[in-house]
Design a binder for this molecule. Structure first.
Ligand SMILES: [Zn+2]
Length: 343
């Protein structure tokens, strides 16, 4: 199991595990996809690994069973979903709390990682609080959340809080290249993901999200200098990238993979125009997200100027507001594309 980035956190946890002084409760906090869940598993694997050398070794029986998800003393709960009156969330939390009392089967302790703990309501968090206050001696509980504010302060104050920051862009890009990604694409993915390896890897594996981005950018780069009819055609071409609601629903049932949608088009447009704004302001190229479009961005920055780009970004932000309204997507996409050309 290879963790991308977070060297300081790994060193801290490894030292605690080696010295046998792991805290009874941890709270891992940081952005989605940054590597919190993976770190919880890695921490357990380091503890259970039987190697006398570097841990985790990846080769011993404990490591192999941790990798395959069959080690009995590590449990991971995904975000809980309400399954009706008989299997409500609070009921599931109580079942988990009962399970936490079970003694380890073969390890020195039991790990329990609770993903999206911040999504639990106050009643459920209060139920967990009792375990955090008086933890069984064999337990290491890891609560995982995107923000501290989503967890009851009474729980936060009893946990060892570990904050996960975005992974450095260069480090993430290098890790993607090591996984077979082409270098320029790796740089773009590292930037677009905001330093979250989980999101970058997901985009690397799903070719459709990359193809969607390229197609949206292809249309956007044709907008400057277009006349009214060309702008309307480009709006139509953008609209056609998004399947109808019924088709999207059917596809979503088939697999929970990437689904192109209108907000995705706006996200790409917003990041592209923000990049042009950065160039127009004369800032460093290292700030650019869409670094595979530098020539087109430079032309856009020169053609629109900082003031024009500010207006463009405002137009894109206004378009976000239409996403939830009843205005037809076709109309506001046309309005947006006409605005971005000033046709
Ligand atoms: Zn091992």
């Amino acid at each position: 199991m290879q963790i991308i980035g977070h060297r300081d956190i790994r060193d801290f946890l490894l030292k605690s595990a080696a010295e046998g002084c792991l805290a009874p409760s941890y709270l891992f906090v940081g952005p989605r996809g940054v590597g919190k869940s993976l770190m919880a598993r890695w921490m357990a694997q380091c503890t259970f690994c039987s190697s006398s050398g570097e841990r985790p070794c990846g080769g011993c029986s404990s490591c192999q069973r941790m990798e395959s998800g069959s080690y009995p003393d590590y449990k991971y709960a995904e975000r809980l979903v309400n399954l009706g009156a008989k299997r409500g969330i609070i009921g599931q939390v109580r079942e988990i709390i009962d399970d936490l009392q079970t003694m380890p089967y073969e390890g020195s302790c039991r790990f329990f990682a609770f993903n999206e703990a911040g999504a639990l309501n106050e009643q459920s968090q209060n139920a967990l609080l009792k375990t955090v206050e008086e933890p069984p001696s064999h337990l290491v509980l890891i609560l995982i959340a995107e923000s501290l504010g989503s967890i009851l302060p009474t729980i936060v104050s009893r946990c060892c809080v570990v904050r996960f920051n975005a992974v450095e862009r260069a480090e993430l890009a290098d890790a993607l290249v090591q996984r077979g990604c082409e270098p320029q694409r790796a740089e773009v993915l590292a930037a677009i993901s905001g330093g979250a390896p989980g999101r970058a890897l997901q985009m690397l594996q799903d070719e459709r999200s990359w193809a969607f981005r390229l197609e949206v950018l292809r249309n956007l780069t044709q907008l400057p200098g277009s006349d009214m009819w060309e702008a309307l055609e480009l709006a139509l071409s953008l609209e056609e990238l998004v399947p109808s609601k019924s088709a999207a629903k059917a596809a979503a049932v088939e697999e929970a993979a990437f689904q192109p949608d209108l907000s995705g088009i706006l996200d790409i447009a917003a990041s592209y125009y923000r990049d042009a704004m950065v160039l127009a302001a004369g800032a460093d190229h290292s700030e650019i997200v869409n670094c595979d479009c530098l020539d087109a961005l430079a032309a856009l920055a020169q053609g629109r100027g900082a003031l024009g780009l500010e207006k463009d970004l405002r137009r894109i932000n206004e378009a976000y507001e239409h996403l939830g309204s009843n205005v037809q997507a076709r109309l506001w996409l046309q309005h947006l594309c006409l605005g971005l050309t000033d046709a």
